[in-house]
Design a protein around this ligand. Structure first.
Ligand SMILES: [Zn+2]
Length: 404
């Protein structure tokens, strides 16, 4: 059975904890120093671009007032992400839209779900904690202990499992939630095959090919007629971001192979994505988080202007997104019902990742292998991964640093 080990993001396995283990060398200090200098120099440009964009969007949207319901809801969530991602518009818009979709659709499913639900690839749980009330019981799965440790204070997380989320060690679970994960998986077919066999309901999302081509460099190259170079750079961005991007119609057809679609929406047009990622370019980063030094400086020293620009640009860009055609969207979200499993017991049962047999007190009832717990995280990894993803012991002080 293929695991994340052999996946497009197989490099991810090797990178776990690597950043924290990096030795401090002169060349690293020089590289960091240059990076920080450029980031400082670009700060006024961030503000200038933000102000100009507000003016441009206000003129552009003067006569357009009819946002979709989803976009209207997303606008209400923007301020929840402003201090998390100051002047980093791509994650602010992405997470506001995702939260709007999740909150407006979970309500339809959750009353039918009585037991613990499973969130696959929960990451640090920063989006998840905005979804669930303290009373809800969620089992949190992630491959990376450095991410999962962040969920330790969330009361709704009942268990933390280090696992391969393509083939989760679950016999059954009433509901699967997974955000910003499938876009990193090349064997999407296998992941959806596995998920559709263990849970009757699921909510997940994907990125389309426009996620890469919407970045400022390939977008501008395409705009000025350099189509081939633009495609080459898009492919590089896709690879560097450990993404496996498909066309929208391919993704929609794959989901229908395993699921009946309850709700499906696309959002974040390539053009809006482009306007957002100019901020990323000026921050000299690609995805979340806002670089640590910038985040501190923008949130403390320049708090009022940072807050004003981030909040207003995000809201205007979401409104602008609502007015654009939906044929070049970067994101798709679904709520689905499995074609193979229509109902299941209202609880989640964990199994051995190798034998797929039920566990008795963290021990496999077939192979007798025992799975250990560290820092309240159960390491339920298949044999091929268990020697690669270990419990961090040397970096306790760094363990828990934000990196999503
Ligand atoms: Zn076993």
């Amino acid at each position: 059975m293929m695991t994340i080990n052999k996946e497009i993001n197989g490099g991810y396995v090797d990178s776990i904890g690597k950043k924290l283990r990096r030795k401090i060398t002169i060349s690293l200090i020089l590289r960091k120093g240059t990076l920080y200098t450029f980031r400082l120099l670009f700060t006024p440009l961030l503000f200038l671009y933000g102000i100009l964009l507000i003016i441009f969007l206000k003129i552009k949207l003067a006569r357009k007032k009819n946002s979709s319901t989803l976009h209207q809801r997303a606008i209400k969530y923007v301020d929840e992400f402003v201090s998390q991602y100051p002047l980093h518009l791509y994650p602010v818009i992405m997470k506001s839209m995702e939260l709007a979709f999740i909150n407006s659709n979970m309500g339809k499913i959750l009353p039918r779900v009585k037991g613990e639900i499973s969130e696959l690839a929960i990451g640090e749980g920063t989006l998840s904690k905005k979804i669930f009330s303290e009373e809800k019981k969620v089992i949190a799965f992630d491959l990376d202990p450095y991410n999962l440790i962040h969920t330790k204070n969330y009361k709704y997380v009942s268990k933390r499992i280090i696992a391969d989320c393509i083939n989760p060690p679950i016999l059954y679970t009433p509901f699967i939630l997974s955000n910003n994960f499938l876009n990193h998986i090349s064997n999407k077919d296998l992941a959806l095959y596995n998920w559709s066999r263990i849970a009757p309901y699921a909510l997940f999302n994907e990125n389309t090919i426009y996620w890469a081509s919407g970045y400022s460099k390939p977008y501008l190259l395409k705009l000025f007629g350099f189509k081939k170079t633009s495609q080459k750079i898009s492919k590089k961005i896709e690879k560097e971001g450990w993404q496996s991007l498909w066309e929208e119609k391919e993704l929609k057809s794959l989901v229908r192979k395993y699921y009946d679609v309850i709700e499906e929406v696309t959002f974040f047009n390539e053009k809006v994505f482009f306007l957002s990622t100019i901020f990323s370019t000026l921050l000299i980063c690609r995805g979340p988080p806002t670089p640590r030094f910038q985040k501190k400086m923008l949130n403390k020293l320049f708090r009022p202007i940072t807050k004003y620009i981030t909040s207003n640009v995000a809201k205007l860009l979401i409104e602008y997104d609502s007015s654009l055609p939906r044929n070049k969207d970067t994101f798709i979200s679904w709520v689905v019902n499995s074609k193979f499993v229509k109902s299941m017991p209202n609880k989640t049962i964990l199994i051995c990742p190798d034998c797929r047999k039920i566990l008795n007190s963290n021990r496999c009832s077939k192979c007798n292998r025992s799975f250990s717990e560290h820092y309240n995280m159960l390491f339920l990894l298949p044999k091929g991964l268990s020697n690669k993803i270990l419990c961090p012991t040397n970096n306790i002080l760094m363990f828990g640093r934000e990196h999503l």
